[in-house]
Design a protein around this ligand. Structure first.
Ligand SMILES: Nc1nc2c(ncn2[C@@H]2O[C@H](COP(=O)(O)OP(=O)(O)OP(=O)(O)O)[C@@H](O)[C@H]2O)c(=O)[nH]1
Ligand SMILES: [Mg+2]
Length: 202
């Protein structure tokens, strides 16, 4: 991407334990013949200026996709906020966009729409929503919130929604793209996503 607009680092969150899928590294689980993280990388790549992967296991497998890989700085699988924290610390650009490794259909205009809303609202963080469903791991935030997040984590905070409540945020509606936020947590959901019409090209 080019122009004078603020640049964006994309962080793919792949640091979970995939317990509902039996304790697998979900990003590496295949959907339609490719690891789920590969679909996510392909869709996020054109939307950002730098792309990095947050993973806590199988670092070499993730590195094979060609992007920098880094673990959480706080241990113990503390949740997606730990991945955002590590991403904010490593991002080269002033804005950081996140997407989870288990949502291979993510919107092709995710970052653009979050960015427009962030600027309009003068917000610190923009987050996606469809109808009544918030999608907290699809966000765009200013890297400068990092010290604030560090304080929240140091005080024992772990819940992403509780941290968002301390920020100036804007919710961005993607009701028109609800299916793009489909996320895959179980073997059953994986089988259904693979069998869905058009699913050979998430
Ligand atoms: N960095 C980091 N990311 C996490 C952690 N836990 C979950 N995530 C990520 O947050 C996103 C949403 O998490 P979940 O759908 O709950 O994935 P998960 O935790 O691997 O799966 P479950 O164990 O079944 O809950 C995914 O992109 C996960 O990779 C964590 O402890 N650290
Ligand atoms: Mg989880």
């Amino acid at each position: 991407m080019s122009g004078s607009r603020e640049k964006v680092t994309g962080v793919v969150l792949a640091g979970g334990q995939g317990r509902r899928m039996g304790g697998v590294d979900k990003g590496l689980v295949e959907l339609c013949g490719r690891p789920m993280v590969d679909w996510v990388l392909e869709r996020l790549r054109p939307q950002v200026d730098e792309l990095i992967i947050n993973a806590n296991q199988n670092a070499r497998c993730y590195a094979a996709f060609g992007y920098p890989v880094f673990p959480d700085d706080i241990g113990g699988f503390a949740g997606p906020l730990a991945g955002l924290h590590a991403g904010l610390a490593r991002a080269q650009h002033p804005l950081v966009a996140t997407a989870p490794c288990d949502s291979p259909f993510l919107p092709a205009d995710l970052v653009g729409r979050l960015h427009a809303a962030l600027l309009d609202a003068g917000a610190e963080l923009a987050v996606a929503r469809t109808f009544e469903q918030p999608h907290p791991v699809f966000c765009l935030c200013r890297r400068e919130v990092l010290p604030h997040l560090e304080e929240f984590l140091a005080a024992g905070g772990r819940k992403i929604e509780l941290w968002y409540a301390t920020l100036k945020i804007v919710e961005v509606r993607f009701d028109d793209e609800e299916a793009a936020f489909r996320n895959i947590n179980t073997r059953d959901e994986l089988a259904h996503a693979g069998a869905a019409p058009g699913s050979t090209a998430p």
